[in-house]
Design a protein around this ligand. Structure first.
Ligand code: IMP
Ligand code: MG
Length: 182
């Protein structure tokens, strides 16, 4: 599998450092509020690895929920045609919602998801993304907690896929040109 990876962009140790820092930032943010009722929402499938690591370094009471949205486009770019495939189990009304995403690229997917979430009237809504590709942004997305900004390269691993594969790599790598171009 690793033969398809051209280069490691973020190794396992760096991932750990990033996640620990985010955990501290998030913990401090909610602690500073007078009261909070935290619900962490992971967007599937991409955020499952990151969300699992992240909640273990958030030192606060919280509940966890997941949502699957499908975003139509080709294998490496979304179009903003977002459909909820699996909705949340929990009501988020009046709750402090922390959305967890693997990567924000064009912003198309997340902008739609955010609008949907706002309609459900959470008390607060914050966004945490492991990776951010600002150079590709088409729609503005307010990011509250960001793991790392990366260049315009297609990456895989640590939950991120190419055609559903490579999610289980324990690092973030740049996929080789041969794989990307088929
Ligand atoms: P957006 O709507 O363009 O922001 O796309 C967000 C989604 O596209 C992410 O949740 C990922 O599933 C996928 N995506 C964007 N860039 C990458 C990448 O470099 N590797 C893997 N998936 C990506
Ligand atoms: Mg994906």
């Amino acid at each position: 599998m690793d033969e398809h990876i051209e280069r490691v962009l973020i190794d396992t140790q760096e991932i750990k450092t990033i996640v620990a820092r985010l955990g501290d930032e998030i913990t401090a943010h909610y602690r500073a509020l007078e009261t909070f009722d935290l619900i962490v929402v992971g967007l599937l499938r991409g955020s499952f690895v990151f969300a699992a690591d992240l909640v273990r370094v958030i030192n606060l009471p919280l509940i966890m929920d997941f949502m699957t949205v499908s975003s139509y486009g080709d294998e490496t770019a979304s179009t903003g045609n977002v459909k909820v495939v699996m909705d949340l189990d929990e009501s988020i009304e009046g709750k402090d919602v922390l959305m967890v995403e693997d990567i924000i690229d064009t912003g198309n997917t997340f902008a739609k998801v955010l609008r949907l979430m706002h309609h459900r009237r959470p008390r607060t809504l914050k966004i945490c993304t492991f990776l951010n590709k600002p150079s590709r942004r088409l729609v503005d997305v307010p990011i509250d907690f960001c793991g790392r900004t990366i260049e315009d390269e297609f990456v895989c691993g640590y939950g991120l896929d190419f055609a559903q594969r490579y999610r289980n790599l324990p690092y973030v790598g740049v996929l080789s040109r041969e794989v990307l171009e088929g």
